[in-house]
Write a protein that binds this ligand. Structure first.
Ligand SMILES: Nc1ncnc2c1ncn2[C@@H]1O[C@H](COP(=O)(O)OP(=O)(O)O)[C@@H](O)[C@H]1O
Ligand SMILES: [Mg+2]
Length: 279
């Protein structure tokens, strides 16, 4: 106690009724300031708040534990100085149920208390990572078996295009990747729908405007830059004294070819670029 706060720290501690974002280097006193801010709220002479009315969230269990301990110590210290303060006595009891927790911890607290609203079995529990993996593999096995049985031509052509050889590991990986990406969005199914939207084009014109075609063009630009630069430096080597001059003619051909491709690309002559033989 008796810490001398800097001016900025005091501001963070006493500002009220607005959102505050505090960003500062490690060890600069963020946690200390946050603890003080919490204490000043629960010990506010005019508007004292009960500690279990605050939601205090951290990224790690260690940080939540540290936070709880620091707040608890400060309440004990304040109680030591004011042993008859009933509000403080109550805080010392309430802190055991206060929401000083990780994000995960808070989410599971919500689910535990409101499982009926999301139609969850009250006997639910959180699965371990390994357990989840096994479950996912079971689902994947059933999913693929079902798909092979149905033999939808679209599915078969997916397998044809993406699964090399006898294994369908590539298909599995693709589904897992899509699943993981989708699950990192708040509305996974909507996100997947949006992804498909990009491929739902009716006309060639629409196709040319899609973001993934634009990406292909950008990739082509990069490759052309590289090819041209490499060919130029190969020509330089050929033209050095005693260099392998006889390759130069072929290199000039290559260079002309790159430039031809680039001209078509600059004129946005999509069909012609597509028709170029693989170089
Ligand atoms: N104004 C200050 N004067 C003296 N010590 C301070 C001050 N602000 C913070 N500290 C101390 O610096 C140390 C690191 O603070 P902490 O809040 O853990 O930093 P952070 O959370 O930003 O990493 C703690 O021991 C804290 O008590
Ligand atoms: Mg900290």
């Amino acid at each position: 106690m008796g810490m001398k706060w800097t001016e900025e720290q005091s501001k963070v501690i006493t500002l009220r009724d607005r959102n505050i974002l505090v960003s500062a280097a490690a060890g600069s006193g963020k946690t200390a300031v946050l603890v003080q801010r919490i204490l000043s709220k629960i010990m506010d002479p005019d508007r004292p708040v009960d500690i279990d009315r605050l939601l205090i969230m951290t990224f790690t269990r260690a940080a939540a534990g540290e936070m709880k301990e620091r707040i608890s110590n400060s309440i004990d210290q304040a109680l030591y100085e004011n042993p008859d303060n009933e509000h403080l006595q109550r805080q010392a009891a309430l802190i055991h149920n206060a929401q000083i927790t990780t994000i995960d911890g808070f989410c599971s607290y919500i689910i535990r208390n409101y499982f009926h609203m999301v139609e969850l079995d009250p006997g639910y529990r959180t699965a371990e990572e390994g357990e989840l993996k096994l479950l996912q593999e079971d689902v994947m096995k059933d999913l693929l078996e079902e798909a092979y049985e149905k033999a939808d031509p679209k599915f078969l052509s997916l397998v044809e295009c993406y699964a090399s050889g006898k294994s369908d590991d590539e298909i599995r990986d693709m589904v897992y990747k899509l699943y993981q990406a989708a699950m990192s969005h708040p509305y996974p199914e909507e996100w997947l729908e949006e992804c498909m939207e990009v491929y739902r084009v009716q006309t060639i014109e629409e196709l040319r405007e899609t973001s993934w075609i634009q990406l292909l063009w950008e990739t082509l630009d990069e490759k052309l830059d590289q090819a041209e630069a490499l060919t130029e430096s190969a020509r330089k080597i050929c033209n050095e004294p005693d260099g392998p001059y006889f390759y130069d003619e072929a290199l000039v051909d290559d260079l002309n070819f790159w430039r031809e491709v680039r001209r078509c690309r600059e004129n946005k002559d999509y069909d012609k670029v597509a028709d170029f033989p693989d170089a």
